[in-house]
Design a protein around this ligand. Structure first.
Ligand code: ADP
Length: 191
């Protein structure tokens, strides 16, 4: 399996680039944001709890997200590998992912971080909000909180993968094709 963690702050292009990667490498896309939004739109009690957190720009609990990830991985165990998009978002999630993959004799192959400056992030998220209708993409206070949460809780995940020599930083500014070419170069090197 090729297990890629695609990493970066909100709005850095993880979801968009994931679509390109799936087409070329045949990996299965595991987006925790998408899984959480699916639960939210089901209108379940759990979905309503999730909505309250997402609408404030806070993270959902590690345990809940991990359970979703495990179910998804086990359902797609015969795939060529996964793109983990939006996960891990805390160092606890990263350590858990290593353990969970070890149970199925797998590991993270590469962690690619998309590098985009903060002004560009805010512009991109607000633009995306106009099209997607995502409430958390349309309010400046929520966006700022998500970026703050990223710095505080998520950025340390970089150190986790640096220690395993799996971290590669990719310039996330430029055309979609340019960014994708940089991603492919890093993935082909890691294969
Ligand atoms: P973005 O990368 O633009 O923030 P996502 O779709 O990845 O969008 O995530 C949307 C929201 O879902 C996050 O702000 C957070 O509240 C929640 N979320 C997604 N993934 C995780 C995770 N791994 N751990 C905790 N919360 C998560």
């Amino acid at each position: 399996m090729f297990n890629l963690v695609i990493f970066g702050p909100p709005g850095s292009g993880k979801g968009t680039q994931s679509e390109y990667i799936i087409k070329k490498y045949g990996l299965v896309h595991l987006s925790t944001g998408d899984l959480l939004r699916a639960e939210m739109s089901s209108g379940s009690e759990l979905g309503n709890k999730i909505k309250k957190l997402i609408d404030r720009g806070e993270l959902v609990s590690d345990e809940l997200v991990q359970q979703m990830v495990k179910n998804f991985v086990l359902k797609n165990i015969d795939s060529k590998g996964f793109i983990f998009d939006g996960f891990p978002r805390t160092t606890a999630q990263a350590a858990w992912l290593d353990d969970m993959l070890a149970e199925i004799s797998q590991c993270v192959t590469l962690m690619l971080a998309l590098d985009v400056d903060e002004n560009e992030l805010r512009t991109r998220i607000l633009e995306r909000g106009k099209i997607s209708g995502r409430a958390d993409d349309q309010n400046v206070d929520i966006i700022n909180n998500r970026i703050a949460v990223y710095h505080k809780q998520t950025q340390p995940v970089i150190n986790f993968y640096t220690a395993q020599s799996k971290f590669v930083l990719v310039n996330g500014i430029g055309s979609l094709d340019d960014v994708f070419a940089r991603i492919c170069a890093a993935m082909d090197k890691a294969k």
